[in-house]
Design a protein around this ligand. Structure first.
Ligand code: SF4
Ligand code: SF4
Length: 408
């Protein structure tokens, strides 16, 4: 045990003081919903961090668990009447905690993996390739990363020219975030997202040398690592003109909007952008039952709930079915399902009840973490329901592109 002196400096007194302890956020918090414990609620965590900051509570390792168990889903932020900037508070709090704690082996290893792998595109590509080989020859126990890695296919490749032309007259020029794990885990989602942009009259630029946006680093308390990646990426983005930086992963989009002030107003989630610029009328209806799970970093951090629903409704019509508690976290939360598997599973159990009750054929999502988590939940229950990215669902309503259209 040690007393707190000046260590909790990143936490802002002003941010902490916005909490008036009303408790209106408690029922919206996934960890409070499954435990019923004040210590696992937003109010409890804010109280703990406030006392640490003031030095009125000693910093004890066992109390850190309450901070670790926060998903960072920011559902509390969306329902708080006092405007508590919970996302900023938890990221700053985690960075302060990381300065003080003795990390478990798992946490230490995750930080090393982030710094040595995720931040380095070539190494990550190599790891993805090795995992694919291992999966093909059923050596998965050697490369197990959490419990939910999907079967990997060839990773997403941007065109050699780094530009994909608009289909029809060019109306916009957008940059597209390829990102770090998304092109390896769910390349098909990227291919469909780019086709949608081309359909919407966008020329798509793929910034060369772009690296991971840093979201996973910031969510895990490594703000210095996140800053290094931001500085690198900003120099890349500054090299060309574009109307918007389009992102099809909600966690990355939220991070870019919060953490890259120089891109203010230019970062757009794919669904936000498509709702803004419009898509052509669909060629056909999606003829299977579709439901939508909100990604926390889209619904709560970016406040985007209507646009993806409107887009999916337009292609699915009466086949769209709303899910109960669709905006409550599924328990994925970046590395959370690997670092805190017990709580992640308890939250997933609740989510699966709501998912299965829809009777849908497809659950559509806007974030790779949600996709992995829901796929694992459905697999464990022997369900045939399919999880896919919202870009894949939307592209079901359009015919395949003519030869050459998708690649240049
Ligand atoms: S975070 Fe907001 S909703 Fe929750 S207790 Fe504090 S003021 Fe109330
Ligand atoms: S971010 Fe999510 S898990 Fe963390 S306190 Fe808020 S609602 Fe609860």
């Amino acid at each position: 045990m040690s007393t707190v002196s000046t260590s909790f400096q990143r936490l802002s007194d002003d941010d902490l003081a916005t909490c008036v302890h009303c408790g209106l956020c408690l029922d919206a918090c996934p960890t409070f919903r499954v435990t019923g414990l004040e210590t696992e609620s937003p109010r409890g965590r804010i109280y703990l961090m406030t006392q640490w900051k003031r030095g009125t509570l000693p910093f004890e390792e066992e109390q850190v668990k309450h901070i670790d168990l926060c998903l960072g889903c920011r559902t509390c932020e969306g329902v708080c009447p006092s405007g508590v900037p919970y996302g900023r508070i938890i990221e700053a709090g985690r960075a302060d905690v990381e300065d003080r704690r003795n990390p478990s082996f798992k946490r230490f290893a995750s930080r090393v993996a982030l710094r040595q792998l995720i931040g380095h595109p070539k190494r990550l590509r190599l790891a993805g390739y090795a995992t694919r080989i291992a999966q093909r020859y059923r050596l998965t126990s050697m490369v197990r990363s959490g419990r939910m890695l999907p079967p990997l296919k060839a990773r997403y490749c941007a065109p050699d020219t780094n530009v994909a032309q608009a289909w029809g007259p060019r109306k916009y020029r957008v940059a597209f975030l390829v990102g770090c794990v998304m092109p390896i885990l769910y390349p098909h989602a990227h291919y469909q997202a780019v086709k949608l942009l081309q359909l919407a009259g966008c020329e798509v630029w793929f910034p060369p040398d772009e690296r991971c946006c840093g979201a996973l680093f910031a969510h895990n308390g490594d703000l210095k690592g996140a800053e290094r990646l931001r500085d690198h990426n900003i120099a890349v983005y500054n090299s060309e003109h574009f109307d918007a930086l389009v992102v099809d992963s909600a966690g990355c989009g939220a991070h870019l909007k919060d953490f890259y002030p120089l891109l203010k107003g230019k970062v757009k989630d794919l669904t936000e952008w498509l709702a803004e610029v419009g898509l052509p009328e669909p060629d056909r209806k999606v003829d299977v039952k579709v439901t939508y799970q909100d990604a926390c970093h889209l619904a709560h951090a970016q406040k985007i709930k209507k646009q993806p629903r409107d887009l999916v409704r337009k292609v699915a019509g009466a086949n769209f079915v709303e899910m109960r508690h669709a905006d409550i976290c599924c328990g994925a939360a970046g590395l959370y399902s690997t670092l805190e598997p017990d709580m992640s599973n308890r939250i997933l159990d609740q989510k699966m009840e709501d998912v299965l009750a829809t009777g849908a054929d497809i659950i559509t999502v806007a974030n790779p973490g949600c996709q992995m988590q829901l796929e694992a939940g459905l697999r464990a229950r022997g369900s045939r329901m399919k999880v896919e990215h919202v870009a894949e669902t939307l592209m079901r309503a359009y015919p395949p592109p003519q030869r050459g259209e998708a690649s240049s």
